[in-house]
Design a protein around this ligand. Sequence first.
Ligand code: ATP
Length: 234
Amino acid sequence: MRDRLLEVRGLDAHYGDFQALFGVSMHVAEGEVVAVIGANGAGKSTLLKCIAGAMAVRGNAVLFHGVPIGGGPAHETVARGVALVPEGRRLFPSLSVEENLLVGGQIGRKGPWNLKRVYELFPMLEERRHQPSPSLSGGQQQMVAIGRALMSNPTLLLCDEISLGLAPIVIRDIYARIPAIAAEGLSLVIVEQDIVQALKTARHVYCLQEGRVTLHGEAKTLTREKISAAYFGV
Ligand code: ATP
């Protein structure tokens, strides 16, 4: 069995009095692509925020390389090798494509990713390198967001709904690059509402419903019926 890179154990998360996650457990092996699926409000983004250090977590609920992380500050988590592609991309609108990418590299971790490699992965970004990021299409902006995260040379890349609001052909184009990213030895956690895309891309799938894991298993063993029951509770 491959080594466990990330282990989440009985994770609870709260926004004030509201509990968003209830005892969530999951693990990600080195070099593995894992998908977390679920409807709106299931707790997917909250789970990623807890792993990325953007939300406080109890002592050892999130272990990375066996060491407790979580509870921030987020830049410390990035320095350990965890990068988040946030929902909605959150590019710096006053910066060019290339400047956005360079911000991602500021943490100074060593590894295979640099401007040249990101432009090889997404050649259209090199053509637009000096353009302001808001002038790009939604799909191209998503590529910048992924490239910016890769520039920090993470060992774990967390992607929050990278297909949101994009045309199917653009989604396919972006997902077609995931194997090349994983081939560099990265592990990925992909949060998705698009079940078909998640099952195609990931080896292991977790389904969240109202803050609880309702199903998990190898993608190839999960039937549509099982997933519908876990996803919608029907
Ligand atoms: P979506 O696909 O809509 O982003 P999600 O599965 O990522 O959904 P979360 O964003 O993690 O779900 O939200 C889980 C629950 O926590 C929801 O009920 C949501 O309303 C609530 N929630 C999320 N962010 C906050 C916040 N900042 N303050 C209060 N409640 C929040």
